[in-house]
Design a protein around this ligand. Sequence first.
Ligand SMILES: Cc1cc2nc3c(=O)[nH]c(=O)nc-3n(C[C@H](O)[C@H](O)[C@H](O)COP(=O)(O)OP(=O)(O)OC[C@H]3O[C@@H](n4cnc5c(N)ncnc54)[C@H](O)[C@@H]3O)c2cc1C
Length: 339
Amino acid sequence: MYDLIVIGAGPSGISAAVEARRAELTKILVLEKGPAHSQMVRTYYKPGKRVDARYAGQEAICFGLLCLKDGDRESYLGLMDAVIDQYQIPIEFNTEVWSVTPQLSGGFIVKTSQKNLETKCVLVAIGKMGKPNQPDYPIPTSLRRGPQILFGINSRPIQGEKILVVGGGDSAAEYADILSRDNAVTLSYRKLEFSKANPLNRKILEDLIAVGKVRALLGSNVTAVEEHSDKARVVFAEPEFEPEIFDSILYALGGVSPVEFLRGAGAETNERGEAVVGPNYETSVPGFYVAGDLLGKENGGGSIIAGFNSAAEATRDLLKKYFDKSLEPEIVSLDHLRF
Ligand SMILES: Cc1cc2nc3c(=O)[nH]c(=O)nc-3n(C[C@H](O)[C@H](O)[C@H](O)COP(=O)(O)OP(=O)(O)OC[C@H]3O[C@@H](n4cnc5c(N)ncnc54)[C@H](O)[C@@H]3O)c2cc1C
């Protein structure tokens, strides 16, 4: 019987495990479906990608032991390697959690691809990008299965292509920036300005548009994608945007909450499929906590620091409530980072 099982070894899951270790909770385990920690970062961040501490409009103030300063994908991964090593975080890789079932006698059964485990408390930190948002129009299967339709930037090399990036948030801005170095990039966004991207990404994007490195179709809505000689013919709702042929389309539309996972455990969810939690991130099921991106932006998710914080606060709460262990919050300013 574990005291705490953390599901997902991304920023939030690692932060939770670090706080539990700081309180000397020994019977903890992190379960990660990928072969290494931070799978989402490894999949969706291009090597060398800038990582902003202040991201998606969130403040860079940390309330747990983990914090982050501006860096890049590699410095983030290095930070996590150091933390896992220093706190001896036990992680079982290649172990996907399929379900969590509360027991009548208290505690939970965690069913994984490898075995069933028992635990007193569970903290779910599986993010949303296991299920990227899909466009709401059908895409021919031949294109969807082929190299033309992309939901991330690392699934294959992208070079010398005429590519359409669909979206207008930070991911879309960063994809457009990186791809514009080796490709002819068009960006389709339904709004008239990039209000969702952070100020730095917005500025980079506006500069790229100004010098003609990225072509922006603002106020455009794709309504259909058709196959055209192994390429994608894109049709827009607005008559001012003519149908156009692209080698590939990269969707940057965010992710969907794995709602069945939460509901299967009996946790209440909102209309966006996100877990409904109390102030300390406990769901409607006692002992079942959620942290990070699964909570939605501005509710404990949306950035690495938001994930660090919600997971640290959730863990401090469960330590106190279920193990009678008190941890003081650490308020870490970016000038006094421990790592
Ligand atoms: C392109 C892009 C750029 C970004 N840039 C920045 C940035 O510069 N700065 C910033 O602060 N934020 C950035 N973000 C946001 C940031 O990456 C996320 O907010 C953060 O990673 C969320 O952390 P998390 O731990 O909640 O979830 P995730 O990072 O999604 O981690 C979830 C982990 O759970 C694992 N998992 C999923 N399902 C299961 C399962 N069933 N069983 C076991 N394991 C499972 C996954 O493999 C993964 O390792 C960016 C996001 C994207 C997509």
